[in-house]
Design a protein around this ligand. Structure first.
Ligand code: CDP
Length: 207
């Protein structure tokens, strides 16, 4: 039986950490859909056309070691406004969402466009300052050089582009459970997410 958990929210809100923990807790598969857009953006930085890159994306493209850089993140949010790019990535995401045994997908439009019928939808947020500081710690911890003010500018610019685009803009689904992680520890945020999943599993009698 499939069971989809859709997790959306702005840049660096903690979606990845929460998604991985929820997937581990319930034995679900996890797809970080941002990686798809990052892989397309990275190919564009290397000279490819965005639509062709999206239409020919391979699993190998998803394992490049520079997908997490701020440059690739900006390129990702630029290709993400293109309707044909988004359309090329829909089937893969929906197939993953239907996988037997359950799936967690995190991104911007999972609960609104990719899986509008997902039984669990979470909208994970935090203030821009908190998100930038977390992303800065992550980047510098992984050996990337980054200034906090540049990371904040990146996060704010991407949020604006993601929210204002015509195609699948970043917006909370009406039935999403909101989790503001600004003042939560990782454990507290994960506990809130797991509680939302458990509540729905109980009502659906999912084993
Ligand atoms: O990790 P972070 O939250 O910083 O970003 P990400 O989830 O890796 O996504 C990178 C970019 O891809 C976002 O800024 C969006 O523009 C785009 N994206 C999207 O449009 N739709 C998704 N489902 C996932 C990502």
């Amino acid at each position: 039986m499939s069971f989809t958990v859709a997790i959306d929210g702005p840049a660096a809100a903690g979606k990845g950490t929460i998604s991985k923990a929820v997937a581990a807790e319930f034995g679900f598969g996890h797809l970080d859909t941002g990686l798809l857009y990052r892989a397309v953006g990275r190919k564009v930085l290397h000279g490819a056309s965005a639509i062709e890159a999206a239409e020919t994306l391979t699993t190998e493209d998803l394992t490049a070691d520079d997908l997490r850089t701020p440059e690739v993140a900006q390129a990702a949010s630029k290709v993400a406004v293109i309707a044909e790019v988004r359309a090329a990535l829909v089937d893969f995401q929906r197939a993953f969402a239907r996988r037997a045994g359950g799936a967690v997908l995190d991104g911007r439009d999972i609960g609104t466009v990719i899986c509008p019928k997902a039984p669990v939808k979470l909208y994970v947020t935090a203030s821009a300052e908190v998100r930038a500081e977390r992303r800065w710690k992550e980047l510098t911890g992984n050996g990337h050089e980054a200034a906090l003010e540049d990371v904040l500018a990146d996060v704010v610019a991407r949020d604006a582009r993601d929210r204002e685009r015509a195609e699948a803009p970043l917006v909370a689904a009406e039935d999403a459970v909101h989790i503001d992680t600004s003042d939560l520890t990782i454990d507290e945020a994960v506990a809130a997410a797991c509680a939302a999943v458990r509540a729905k599993q109980g009502s659906l009698n999912f084993e």
